[in-house]
Ligand binder design. Structure first.
Ligand SMILES: O=C(O)CC1=CCC(=O)O1
Length: 96
């Protein structure tokens, strides 16, 4: 199943810079693993915001929740999810 996910990152202003940098480092490494596995299909920055839009390819809602809630930045993100299904007029066979 494909899901459109928007993540808005909100780090506390009083978080020490070293802690923020470490969180971003491990988030980047986890995102790379998930992209290589095909689970995190697309990752886009929203211009001008500390936010992204992403497409996840997972088995079901439970797997999506597990993947998102294990992200290092999860405690500091507001996340919105939209379940996607194939549009009958789509010409892209891979989009299921
Ligand atoms: O910067 C973000 O939008 C949050 C994030 C997702 C993957 C990553 O490395 O950072």
């Amino acid at each position: 199943m494909l899901f459109h996910v928007r993540m808005d990152v909100r780090l506390p202003h009083d978080m020490p810079e070293e802690k923020a940098a470490e969180l971003k480092r491990v988030e980047k490494a986890r995102a790379a693993e998930l992209q290589q596995a095909g689970t995190w299909r697309h990752l886009w920055r929203i211009a001008g915001q500390y936010s992204n839009v992403s497409i996840f390819d997972v088995r079901d809602n439970d797997e999506l929740h597990a993947v998102l809630s294990m992200l290092p930045l999860f405690p500091f993100m507001q996340i919105e999810v939209m379940a996607l299904l194939r549009h009958p007029s789509s010409i892209r066979d891979g989009d299921r």
